[in-house]
Ligand binder design. Structure first.
Ligand code: URA
Length: 188
């Protein structure tokens, strides 16, 4: 295990464990508080993230930021990352082997940051972290506790752009997270 995020980031920058590195502009390692109590995990970088090297800076990220502001979640207090650190071509879902190749980096990030809550944004994050038996529609909004981490699956913000009807569920799930953090005095 690598002990600090900067060193791990440098390793990810040079990674060639799968083919995604060939099509990327920048790796997207993660952003936020190194001691965050709450960690958000998305799927993988899109075009904007690939250009900037930061997760959730595009349309979906802007929508997520608006919800954060409305609910009282501070982007700088939490940590935001993805299942894969390089952009999949045409924003396709990462293949199982790409996610697998990248998952050790995410595990190492979790070991360093030690979050109390992990928010799984969409099916790719949910299935790669908790298992293929889970599905986002039935799992969202319900706490799943494993090895002293509370997982909250919710919709991916990009899904809200495609289906406005999902916004209220996403909002309600973030409210649950805010409540849990506040009750435990966790940074949010
Ligand atoms: N979608 C994701 O899953 N992650 C990002 O960083 C941006 C969009």
């Amino acid at each position: 295990m690598i002990e600090n995020l900067e060193e791990l980031d440098q390793i990810v920058k040079k990674c060639s464990k799968c083919n995604l590195c060939n099509g990327k502009t920048k790796t997207v390692f993660g952003v936020g508080n190194k001691n965050a109590d709450i960690m958000f995990i998305g799927e993988g970088p899109g075009a904007d993230e690939d250009k900037e090297g930061e997760p959730f800076v595009g349309k979906a990220g802007k929508l997520m930021n608006q919800a954060f502001i409305g609910i009282g979640i501070t982007r700088e207090n939490v940590y935001i990352t993805n299942i894969v650190k390089c952009r999949p071509p045409n924003n396709r879902t990462p293949l199982k082997e790409e996610a697998k190749a990248c998952l050790d980096y995410l595990r190492n990030q979790v070991m360093i940051i030690k979050p109390k809550i992990i928010v799984l944004l969409g099916n790719t994050a949910l299935k790669n972290i908790l298992g293929d038996e889970y599905g986002i529609t039935s799992s969202r909004g319900k706490w799943i506790e494993k090895k002293e981490i509370k997982y909250m699956p919710t919709f991916h913000p990009a899904a809200l752009l495609r289906d406005e009807g999902k916004k209220i569920d996403f909002w309600n799930d973030l409210v649950l997270i805010k409540k849990e953090a506040d009750e435990n005095n966790w940074k949010i």
